[in-house]
Design a protein around this ligand. Structure first.
Ligand SMILES: C[S@@+](CC[C@H](N)C(=O)[O-])C[C@H]1O[C@@H](n2cnc3c(N)ncnc32)[C@H](O)[C@@H]1O
Length: 308
């Protein structure tokens, strides 16, 4: 069961017009979408997008009594095209709740979990060509080390990458728990960490397989272009790499000039498009974290399209 994170906080920011047009770019099991349905009127148009067709079908069944809900299988990096195909050119609010859903984590065949034994897959869209297996068994040491360091922010990336390359010389690493064992045995003696030793490496592989950071960077300008003046973009992230991309984009698009500090006259012509509504990101309350561990690292940032 997937419990939506920061639900009330997100809905408070997102919905400015109960008869408006809203896009949930990561509809998943529809937890946030259900909240949007409850807080809007039947005249509202609600679009849900997910790249995982399996989850989308479950959500389609759950939402079947709501004629104003349109669900589309797709990657939010194609947001403009997806909305164009629905003849929608402007919207009141856009929600992006990043990361994996509990449905994906709990299905061991999907290979996202370091607790359950399954194939090394990790594709959110099962039509993607490359699985985690391909990275783990075919990638050169340097590339593995680089993504584990960069996307996992793992200080033992070098040891883990070497451990993987050594292990696969004997036979391929085929399952999640085989990989966990390799990671565990690559850690330095006496190593202790509060979180699971494979967490950062799994995060790195997942980000790479699904091109998560690229998709996020690509959707941001499209989302801003699609918002009506006064419309809001709400983004929930779960690790610092995602949060940094959102924070820096919001900061840039809420400034009028991007010329270097010492330049007396603006030559860039950049004009602010956004007002940031969350100076600090909204985080889950201790009560929410107590009931939902996923909420622990969540951060909600919200920006509003300026009125010209
Ligand atoms: C954290 S879950 C969303 C949960 C949802 N908000 C809820 O309350 O039920 C993230 C979902 O986004 C989807 N997703 C992640 N990246 C995506 C992308 N680039 N395009 C489309 N869907 C994406 C995943 O497949 C997953 O179902």
């Amino acid at each position: 069961m997937h419990v939506p994170v920061l639900l009330n906080e997100t809905l408070e920011y997102l919905i400015t017009d109960p008869r408006g047009v809203y896009v949930d770019c990561t509809v998943g099991g529809g937890g946030h979408l259900q909240g949007i349905v409850e807080r809007t009127e039947e005249e509202a148009v609600l679009i849900g997008i997910d790249q995982d067709g399996e989850i989308l079908e479950k959500t389609r069944a759950r939402m079947s009594s709501h004629a104003n809900v349109i669900l589309v299988k797709g990657n939010f990096r194609n947001l403009r095209i997806i909305l164009n195909e629905l003849s929608i050119t402007s919207v009141d609010g856009i929600l992006i709740d990043l990361g994996v859903s509990s449905f994906q984590l709990d299905e061991k065949e999907r290979g996202f979990s370091y607790h359950l034994d399954g194939p090394l897959d990790m594709r959110m869209d099962p039509e993607l060509d490359i699985k985690a297996w391909d990275l783990v068994n075919k990638w050169p040491l340097e590339k593995l080390e680089q993504i584990i360091a960069e996307y996992g922010e793992e200080r033992y990336a070098g040891r883990i990458a070497r451990g993987i390359v050594n292990a696969r010389q004997h036979r391929s690493i085929d399952t999640t728990l085989e990989l966990v064992e390799v990671i565990r045995s690559s850690m330095p003696p006496g190593y202790k960490r509060e979180t699971h030793p494979a967490r950062r490496t799994f995060q790195a592989l997942r980000i790479e397989v699904n091109r998560e950071l690229e998709s996020l960077k690509e959707v941001l300008p499209q989302a801003v272009a699609l918002l009506k003046p006064g419309g809001r973009l709400c983004i929930i992230s779960f690790h610092s790499l995602e949060d940094r991309i959102v924070k820096e984009y919001f900061a840039r698009e809420s400034r009028d000039c991007l010329c270097p500090g010492k330049q007396p006259v603006c030559t860039c012509g950049h004009r602010a498009q956004l007002k940031v509504l969350t100076k600090k990101p909204v985080e889950a309350s201790p009560a929410e974290v107590a009931g939902n561990k996923r909420a622990r690292s969540s951060k909600l940032r919200v920006a509003q399209k300026l009125e010209f």
